[in-house]
Design a protein around this ligand. Structure first.
Ligand code: HT9
Ligand code: FE2
Length: 422
């Protein structure tokens, strides 16, 4: 079924066979046999043909032949911890003590990061959402720092005849770490394949901190957490939390077209907007702040502050008794969330006698997953040269899906980056 662009999803052209009549109200048995082997076999053939038609003629995701969920990666056993950490920190001046400390965090969980399982669950959810919309497109998995490595995934795709793919990254905001570094690693994987004589192109969806699928899902999750605390009789302080960055890196977040500091600004805007929505919905007034976790690097280097633990201490000193901790900087409960927040920050709160509720990350939330599929459709339409509507909340400034020259640079080294104008 060939679709004109922008058309509604295809409707089922085959009349559904009436279901077996259910038992009547008096418990009378249904008419006829519950299953009909001939009709069942026909259904199967029809379903198969339809699937084939979809595969061949669905144009909504053209020009892409697959989606690649592109993520950070993490170790899945104790023997993988150090090789993973060395890969992540190669040439970045992270002190040895910090590496040993982070290795401890992983070993505390048996050497297994939760991130890959969470991404496999996200892939399943994306596949289900694509299927619900009758779109058949493979969803592949490629990591930057652990198996399955992005280059291996792209090589496999190329062997299956694919040459143009769309990356969905597990990172919502703008900065070197959360955007350009993904683009550099995509470029390195493309280059590795090029040296084998394989040509593969990869585009990326826009950074989605202000796509409603992400931002509104966070509004709902924070609202429900605050509602629960209010019902218990307390008025919580709202503490938003994200990954810290060197201040120098925040300074260069997004200056291809902006003034910089886009990383911290995006988080502040979203934290303010979510708080406003929660207040309006629940009819309360809430104090809120943005805090940071997972600082690394040498102590001499300034990073974004306040640290979440320091801020909890500050709030307790000022008489706060209840906190809702909202990790809006993360898309799933990976190591930073289960260790830095659910272990360390929870310990801090306990020491201080603070009641603390941690808001879930978006994870495989249906609204988030559906938003990612909308972003994929949006990017495909854009790649076909169509005029696209780019939904946004808060504000009305979508990040460009093709990054502008000089966007989010690394001040130390400059490497080729994919999915951008430079
Ligand atoms: C902004 C940001 C995100 C969010 C966006 C995104 O999701 O991408 C993120 C995610 C993640 N970071 C992760 C792990 C690590 N990050 C490190 C180091 C660093 N991260 C940084 C920033 C970010 N990181 C920075 C500025 C550094 C300093 C060194 C450098 O400039 O690179 C180090 C080295 C040791 C240390 O210094 O802590 C590790 C092991 C994992 C995997 C978790 C798991 O296994 O579940 C994930 C999802
Ligand atoms: Fe990190």
């Amino acid at each position: 079924m060939t679709l004109p662009t922008g058309a509604q999803p295809p409707t089922d052209p085959v009349e559904p066979r009436p279901e077996a009549v259910p038992a009547g109200p008096e418990g009378t048995p249904a008419d006829g046999p519950a299953t009909d082997p001939v009709a069942d076999a026909t259904d199967e053939v029809v379903a198969e043909l339809e699937e084939q038609l979809d595969r061949e003629d669905d144009t909504r995701l053209e020009p892409y032949q697959a989606i690649v969920l592109t993520s950070f990666g993490g170790p899945e056993g104790p023997e993988e911890v150090m090789p993973f950490l060395r890969r992540v920190t190669a040439g970045r001046g992270i002190p040895d003590e910090r590496l040993a400390e982070v290795a401890e965090h992983y070993l505390h969980f048996g050497g297994k990061s939760p991130i890959n399982d969470q991404n496999r669950a996200l892939i399943d959810a994306l596949r289900a959402e694509l299927q619900r919309r009758e779109i058949s497109l493979p969803v592949l998995f490629g990591n930057r720092n652990s198996e399955p490595f992005l280059a291996d995934t792209l090589r496999q795709a190329h062997e299956e005849g694919m040459t143009r793919l769309l990356a969905v990254t597990t990172s919502a905001y703008s900065s070197y770490s959360s955007c350009r570094q993904y683009r550099e690693d995509i470029a390195a994987a493309i280059d590795e394949l090029a040296r084998e004589g394989r040509t593969v192109a990869v585009d990326k969806i826009r950074q989605y901190w202000n796509h409603p699928g992400f931002s509104r899902a966070n509004v709902r999750l924070v609202t429900e957490a605050v509602r629960g605390v209010l019902e218990s009789g307390a008025t919580p302080h709202l503490v938003f939390v994200t990954h810290s960055l060197p201040i120098a890196m925040d300074d260069t977040s997004g200056p291809g077209d902006d003034e910089g500091n886009l990383y911290s600004t995006q988080h502040l805007q979203l934290a303010d907007a979510i708080t406003g929505e929660v207040e309006a919905t629940l009819g309360v007034s809430l104090e809120h702040d943005l805090t940071y976790c997972s600082r690394s690097g040498p102590p001499s280097q300034p990073w974004l502050e306040p640290d979440v633990n320091d801020h909890l201490r500050f709030l307790a000193e000022r008489g706060a008794t209840s906190v809702v901790l909202a990790p809006i900087g993360f898309v799933s409960d990976h190591m930073e969330v289960v260790f830095d927040l659910d272990t360390e920050a929870v310990e801090t709160a306990e020491e201080l006698g603070l009641q603390m509720v941690r808001v879930p990350t978006v994870g495989t939330d249906a609204e988030f997953v559906s938003g990612l599929v909308d972003l994929v459709l949006e990017r495909a339409a854009e790649a076909r040269g169509e005029q696209v509507v780019m939904p946004c909340w808060p504000g009305n400034e979508p990040r460009p899906s093709v990054c502008l020259p000089g966007c989010c640079p690394n001040l130390r080294v400059s490497k080729p980056a994919a999915c951008g104008m430079d």
